[in-house]
Design a protein around this ligand. Structure first.
Ligand code: BEZ
Ligand code: FE
Length: 279
């Protein structure tokens, strides 16, 4: 087109997309262009602001590698991860709700027998986690892969524990014939999301807190069921209502239950996970 101006350029760009053979690509790209143009007009974007945005996104890519994914973190703090999750998992009522996976899940993780201690000797309040996995009728789901991973009592995942060069506080279990699994570990503490990159810059510029409430990540996979990736939070955690990645849900809270142990007290966490059948 000749002489594009602010009233005609959006339609001109949209016209270039009308012959896109894949209709889904056409739909998504057209909406993206429309929203981007509306955004520029809405805020009267300056050239300096656009240059800053491009430089910010460039640094977000540069900060990412096979261990750190700054774009996912950006998606998390902007609420996009949880929104995409909600749109894609309109699950049956009463089934366990998803939460963010976060950057600390590892496909290479040790496998454990029921009742094993995964703390690798790290200090902290002992944790006894007793989980039951059922379907929507309440029948147990035996043989489900039950992944668990969490931070230590200082808020460090194993890769960040000073001097530790092995897996800890993570492992793969399998539910028994009654759908249960028992895991011994140490109670997790709250911790900050990684804030030494562009996402941290965004958080600090907007005065947002970076602390996540303490939590225990869980991923449950079983044939015939939709895999659930979620986490449990203590209901008295001071950071519960300001989670920087919007991952907290009422159905994922547990009440602190400090029990008298043989030598010292331990935290008991009991939770029933309800899996949704694949439709
Ligand atoms: C986490 O829970 O490990 C986490 C989730 C999202 C962003 C950063 C950390
Ligand atoms: Fe986490």
């Amino acid at each position: 087109m000749l002489d594009p101006d602010e009233k005609t350029i959006t339609e001109a760009v949209l016209q270039t997309l009308v012959d896109t053979p894949d209709s889904r690509i056409r739909t998504v790209l057209s909406a993206l262009v429309q929203h981007l143009h509306d955004f520029v007009l809405d805020v009267d974007l300056t050239e300096a602001e656009w240059a800053y945005a491009i430089e910010f996104l460039t640094r977000t890519g540069q900060k990412s590698d096979d261990k750190r994914q700054e774009f996912i973190l950006l998606s998390d703090v902007l609420g996009v991860t949880m929104l995409v999750d909600t749109v894609n998992h309109r699950r049956s009522t009463g089934t366990t709700e998803n939460s963010v996976q976060g950057p600390f899940y590892r496909e290479v993780r040790p496998e454990f027998a029921d009742g094993a201690d995964i703390s690798n000797g790290l200090p902290g309040t002992p944790l006894l986690f007793h989980a039951t996995v059922v379907d929507t009728t309440g029948a147990p789901v035996p043989g489900a892969e039950f992944d668990v991973w969490h931070a230590d009592s200082h808020g460090h995942y194993d890769s960040d524990v000073p001097g530790l060069d092995a897996a800890a506080m993570r492992g793969l279990f399998r539910t028994g014939p009654d759908g249960t699994v028992t895991i011994r570990s140490i109670a997790p503490a709250p911790y900050p999301i990684p804030d030494d990159g562009p996402v941290g810059e965004l958080m600090h510029a907007t005065g947002r807190p970076v602390m996540r409430p303490g939590h225990i990540h869980v991923r449950i996979a079983a044939p015939g069921f939709s895999t659930v990736t979620t986490m449990l939070f203590r209901d008295d955690d001071p950071y519960l209502t300001n989670d920087p990645v919007f991952g907290t849900k009422r159905s994922l809270l547990y009440r602190r239950d400090l029990r008298e142990g043989r030598d010292r007290p331990y935290d008991l966490v009991e939770h029933t996970f309800v899996l949704d059948r694949l439709h």
